[in-house]
Design a protein around this ligand. Structure first.
Ligand code: ADP
Length: 223
């Protein structure tokens, strides 16, 4: 089982992706995590990639594409959930070429739809509980709004992560994601157009629902 997942930062992509990953026992291949591993290990690739990542830019294709394709080719027999790649139309085309060439079947493509302003409000609204980072609190999402200025689960102190409040950085990432000519949305549409012809299922999820609602829709479609 091989799955691609698309969704803007702030859409709950990580949560829904892990659901699909668990259901089919897939390798989670996350481009950002592969880069972080290289950076942590001080590899040559990591040093090159870091320059771009620190500026909030995409790492160039001549580094990113071979790196991701290489990890895909060495993944286990159960298949993979690919997350964070492709992020551009060029990457989308190169991935498709590689899958065709290697005779690898794509089964599902998941897209979580969320308007840009909502995604931004969700990121900026995230609050971290001092007692448990898993306690959900978000001033931008009514279903999990904090209790006054305290954690809605345990009453603990709340704080905001500094990078969640960096509006320029959020805008830069969203500029890439929501670019429907050459960016990530364009990459998603590339697969949407191919779905029927190529025989995989394209699943669109309304990212404005609650986590549980989205989960339920996703599970009913991943059959
Ligand atoms: P974020 O969602 O915060 O951008 P990721 O962990 O997905 O975080 O990626 C971290 C960084 O790694 C990105 O900002 C980008 O610089 C780089 N990166 C990840 N995936 C790709 C990709 N497909 N193409 C180019 N650069 C990428």
């Amino acid at each position: 089982m091989n799955i691609l997942i698309f969704g803007p930062n702030g859409s709950g992509k990580g949560t829904q992706g892990s659901l699909a990953k668990q259901k089919y026992d897939l390798d989670h291949i996350e481009s950002g995590a592969i880069f972080r591993k290289h950076i942590g290990g001080g590899t040559e690739l990591g040093l090159k990639a870091k320059e771009y990542i620190d500026k909030g830019e995409l790492v160039p294709d001549d580094i990113t594409i071979p790196m991701v394709l290489d990890v895909l080719q060495s993944s286990s027999s159960n298949g993979w959930l690919l997350d964070g790649f492709p992020r551009s139309i060029v990457q989308a085309e190169k991935l498709w070429e590689a899958l065709q060439k290697d005779g690898v079947k794509l089964d599902f493509v998941i897209e979580i739809l969320l308007p840009r302003e909502v995604a931004k409000a969700r990121i900026m609204g995230r609050r971290l509980c001092a007692n448990d980072p898993n306690h959900p609190n978000n001033v931008g999402i009514p279903a999990i709004a904090p209790d006054g200025d305290k954690c809605r689960v345990c009453g603990g102190e709340l704080s905001a992560r500094a990078d969640d409040q960096d509006e320029d950085a959020i805008n830069k990432r969203h500029d890439i994601y929501y670019d429907d000519k050459t960016g990530t949305i364009a990459a998603a549409y590339f697969y949407k157009d191919l779905a029927d012809k190529a025989g995989f299922k394209y699943i669109e999820l309304d990212g404005e629902g609650t986590i549980d609602e989205i989960k339920e829709t996703l599970l009913s479609q991943l059959a």
